[in-house]
Design a binder for this molecule. Sequence first.
Ligand code: PEP
Ligand code: MG
Length: 324
Amino acid sequence: EKVELQKLVDEPSKTMDGVTVELAANIGTPDDLSGVKSNGAEAIGLYRTEFLYMGRNELPTEEEQYEAYSEVLKEMDGKPVVVRTLDIGGDKELPYLDLPNEMNPFLGFRAIRMTLDNQELFRTQLRALLRASQHGDLKIMFPMIATIDEFNRAKALLIEEKDKLVEEGEKVKEDIEVGIMIEIPSAAIIADQFAEVVDFFSIGTNDLIQYTMAADRMNESVSYLYQPYHPALLRLIKMVIDAAHKEGKWAGMCGEMAGDAHAIPLLLGLGLDEFSMSASSVLKARKQISGLKKTDMERLAARAVECKDTDEVLALVEEYVGRV
Ligand code: PEP
Ligand code: MG
């Protein structure tokens, strides 16, 4: 089976009826790039930059970050690279930052909430990204966005830093796409309004599921509620994809769900444009997609969002694509 999958490394990701989607990989460090290539990922859909900040005693400098981002962009040789700005807090701590101890860290001071409040730290990362942009197809993504105001404030800082760099004579790519993660229900619910101001969405289901079901993604005793195929989730995902398309924007997914064989038929049917997963899942996903018809999956998805629970959805998936 491995040999058979390996043949798909340089193939496009295309359904039986000729619809192409993008299969991308999630990475944490430049060291992950070899896996990205050997598994034939067409892009980086999520570069989790927090690893640059973790396991050390001080913030990474602009230069260190510039090196890391540039390396990834160069290695990807013009293929899209979505870099997510620092997503710390919640389950991920930084001892040297002295973040508050919180009763509900997952509902607390994390990601964009923290970086908007620590502007020097945020501006340094944005500058490193902007300078690296000349080396490839960089897209910048903000995590944990709940309101349009947060996006506007983050984007304004990005534009300020860009203008400064240009004034200093630095080369910065002109048309960098700027998007957001959809991992908070409020953002999904007003996705139509976000779609007017962002360039793309990437749905972060790892968090979107926990916030939609109000079930901590690390808590075993409520893990029964952590249901990726629940119709409530599927409806939110549909809203996000439809909103993006209505404004001519693209919608991707970088949560675990994007590489899940039960979810892929549903996501294809809902119209997802980009699937970003661990590199080791890419070839399997490409093979699965090559055996599906988009038109059939659209019918499956239309029925799935009307289901009443996860079991009904899974039974429907089986009816359309057989046992996964
Ligand atoms: C997500 O929430 O789905 C996601 C991709 O981000 P992380 O897993 O890093 O929180
Ligand atoms: Mg997340």
